[in-house]
Design a binder for this molecule. Structure first.
Ligand SMILES: [Zn+2]
Length: 110
């Protein structure tokens, strides 16, 4: 079930490790939040999203679920180390404008 691209990796400790940073776009804003940036390393993105939908993930997304606000992944970035992924996550959050990276929001100009 593994999608390999780019040839065989040496059988080292970290072979095949993948961390994914993801950007979620909310169907409608919750207060000032319209996006969520997170990252997952041990689960696939789908497993992670399922957990969010079950209310077992981030607090913000629990609240969205409670308010009937749906969310969908609009962008992902893959990294080979958790550190690189965390740094990207941090940068996206601190830039304060995740919508800049959101293909859904780019199109609608206000
Ligand atoms: Zn968006």
């Amino acid at each position: 079930m593994s999608a390999k691209r780019g040839g065989a990796a040496p059988a080292g400790r970290s072979s095949g490790f993948k961390a994914t940073v993801y950007l979620l776009h909310f169907d409608k804003p919750y207060r000032h939040a319209k996006h969520y940036v997170g990252y997952t390393a041990l689960e696939t993105l789908e497993q992670r999203l399922q957990r969010h939908r079950d209310g077992r993930g981030a607090r913000l997304l629990q609240v969205c679920v409670q308010h009937g606000i749906g969310f969908q992944p609009v962008r992902t970035w893959d990294f080979k180390s958790a550190e690189a992924a965390r740094e990207k996550e941090r940068r996206l959050k601190s830039s304060g404008g995740a919508s800049r990276y959101c293909p859904n929001c780019k199109e609608e100009k206000r």
